[in-house]
Write a protein that binds this ligand. Structure first.
Ligand code: 2M8
Length: 418
């Protein structure tokens, strides 16, 4: 299996960067690459750094690291560069994705140091500066009012495209588009497992709105019809910030360390305020309606990667997670099985994702819930061993679904099976 996992990464290598899977996702994706870099760090440190370096080729002058870098043309994906209409040196999308980058950089750096690589400090330093610029962008572009929570302006930014968490907010977005929609995804995998056409109309409506803003953060913020202060995004950003603090110390960068420490304080304070004891989970905030996002999804536990919760909170989270796992062959489902929105095969509305489990297990372990962390890791590894390196899994049957030979699932296997 270890060899097979490496073979998946080799097969999806397009020259220093890895596509999530052939045809369905033929470009470099932001958070996929961060996970992949951690997988590479186990057996090829140079290639792990390369993955992050190639992603940074797409970084904008304002600091944003885009969600897709279109290094080479392909006509098997929609929306391609012509729809985004951005103006970076290399074609990219105009939105971003969860900043796992800082976490990955620490991971790669530690592996490089342990291996005694002489280029570790230089390569880490260049990527650290890129990461710091992107964290500054997050705070200024996506938390302009200092809530200590960063917002997504598009469901694709969350990485959990059609999650029930976005249903209410997305319903307010008109389904009209000026761009002609030519979906390719449903030609690669069963449409019943993908987001619906209506979701795509709204996804593209948002792209049209932001492209008309010239992709300028302040203009987008002012007109965004979809704006959610997201606990998953903020949790990941806060965690990556902590990992960058660790690197700033390792590299002897005192000014940067202090700057990151103040970001970290703001983000962890913001996150802590999103705990809802009656629900036993954290909730995102819809900045358009002013309401809490009530849908029970995996995002609600993601703050554990960044926060040290108290004993009562931890007990409540563990009980709630165990409730979600009841009767499931593999967990954690991306939507609570008791929710009406739960669909065990439809993308981010129920299926299990190996990289989500990776983060959740990490957060649980960090908070001392060792047994539950191990259980989630082992069930992920077993699902992959039974069904292969699939994009995601049906929690009720363990069946592997979506694209196959998937890079981040292979990376998760390499890391979680150790
Ligand atoms: C999925 O998202 C893309 C848009 O970014 C899509 O459906 O076209 C999500 O699962 C996302 O989290 C992931 O990064 C991407 C590539 O694996 O696919």
């Amino acid at each position: 299996m270890d060899e097979a996992a490496r073979a998946v990464l080799a097969r999806n290598d397009r020259g220093g960067y890895t596509v999530p899977t052939d045809r369905l996702y033929p470009f470099q994706w932001n958070w996929d690459s961060a996970f992949v870099a951690m997988g590479f760090a186990i057996f090829d440190i140079d290639r792990a750094y390369r993955e992050l370096e190639r992603l940074v080729e797409g970084q904008w002058d304002d600091g944003m690291i885009p969600h897709i870098v279109f290094h080479a043309p392909s006509d098997t994906y929609f929306p391609g560069p012509e729809v985004w209409g951005t103006r970076h040196r290399i074609a990219t999308s105009g939105i971003t994705q969860p900043p796992v980058f800082g976490m990955a950089l620490r991971h790669v750096h530690d592996a490089a140091v342990a291996a005694g690589r002489p280029d570790a400090a230089d390569r880490t330093l260049a990527l650290f500066q890129a990461a710091l610029r992107s964290h500054r962008w997050w705070l200024s572009a996506r938390d302009p009012h200092g809530l200590g929570l960063v917002s997504i302006l598009h469901p694709w930014e969350s990485g959990s495209d059609n999650s029930p968490a976005w249903d209410e907010a997305l319903a307010r977005v008109p389904p009209t588009t000026t761009t002609a929609i030519r979906r390719k995804d449903t030609g690669h995998v069963d449409p019943a497992m993908r987001p619906r056409d209506e979701d795509y109309q709204r996804f593209i409506h948002l792209v049209d709105v932001y492209r008309d803003c010239g992709w300028e953060p302040a203009r987008q913020w002012a007109v965004a019809p979809f704006k959610i202060a997201d606990v998953q995004m903020t949790g990941i950003l806060a965690r990556s910030t902590a990992d960058l603090i660790y690197l700033a110390e390792a590299l002897g960068l005192e000014g940067e360390r202090a700057e990151l420490a103040s970001m970290h304080h703001a983000l962890t304070t913001g996150l802590a305020g999103r705990w809802r004891p009656d629900l036993a989970r954290f909730v995102s905030l819809d900045l358009v309606s002013g309401e809490d996002v009530g849908a029970p999804t995996q995002a609600c536990f993601m703050p554990l990667v960044a926060l040290h919760v108290d004993h009562t909170q931890l007990q409540a989270v563990e009980a709630e997670i165990k409730r979600w796992l009841e009767g499931m062959v593999v967990g954690l489902p991306s939507t609570a099985p008791y929710s009406q929105a739960f669909e065990p095969k439809r993308y981010w509305r129920g299926p299990v994702w190996a990289v989500v489990n990776w983060l959740l297990a990490d957060g649980l372990r960090m908070n001392g819930a060792l047994e539950l962390a191990r259980q989630i890791e082992q069930s992920t590894v077993s699902a992959i061993e039974r069904s292969g390196f699939c994009e995601y899994f049906d929690p009720t049957t363990g069946e592997g679904l979506g694209g196959d030979a998937f890079s981040w699932t292979a990376a998760a296997y390499l890391v979680l099976s150790r």
